[in-house]
Design a protein around this ligand. Structure first.
Ligand SMILES: Nc1ncnc2c1ncn2[C@@H]1O[C@H](COP(=O)(O)OP(=O)(O)OP(=O)(O)O)[C@@H](O)[C@H]1O
Ligand SMILES: [Mg+2]
Length: 138
């Protein structure tokens, strides 16, 4: 492993929203990762970080870089997603009004993460949690 870092992301912590993904972007630039990949990971990690803050009870964002591959992993402790195909639809959002007034809740985060990586997987168990793995070929 060339690099590994895990960030704790807490529910409702809007004051520090975007800090984990900004740090990930900084690290990737420093590691000399291709700028197109850096941009893709930056978008995906920001969306995943905001989803942890808005929709989860809290979780972690992990960056793993090794030769030839980069992984971004979002893992949380619930509440989980009952209907994944619905959650993946552009425009679908359960964000409350209070969050929408802050500019979130367009229902574009998950489709964006899928678009901004080379290989996407999401698994979720209601009552347990959600895990997203976004992979990039380097
Ligand atoms: N980590 C998560 N835990 C539980 N539910 C989630 C999680 N991430 C997403 N969801 C559910 O999937 C829906 C779609 O997520 P998505 O990121 O696409 O949109 P959004 O967060 O509602 O809006 P946007 O990302 O555009 O601000 C959310 O509204 C929420 O219901
Ligand atoms: Mg979102």
């Amino acid at each position: 492993m060339v690099y590994e870092e895990t960030y704790e992301v807490r529910q409702g912590e809007f004051a520090t929203a975007g800090e984990a993904s900004a740090s990930i972007k900084r690290i990737l630039k420093k590691l000399g990762v291709d700028s197109t990949i850096v941009r893709m990971v930056a978008v995906a990690s920001y969306e995943a970080e905001l989803n942890l803050i808005i929709h989860s009870y809290g979780g972690t964002l992990t960056l793993e870089v090794k030769s030839g591959e980069l992984r971004l992993i979002s893992k949380d402790i619930g509440p989980g997603i009952a209907d994944l195909s619905l959650a993946m639809k552009e425009g679908y959002s359960t964000a409350p009004e209070s969050v929408r007034t802050m500019g979130f809740g367009a229902g574009m985060g998950l489709p964006n993460i899928k678009r901004q990586c080379h290989e996407f997987s999401i698994t979720s168990t209601p009552g347990v949690g959600t895990e997203i793995i976004a992979k990039y070929k380097l």
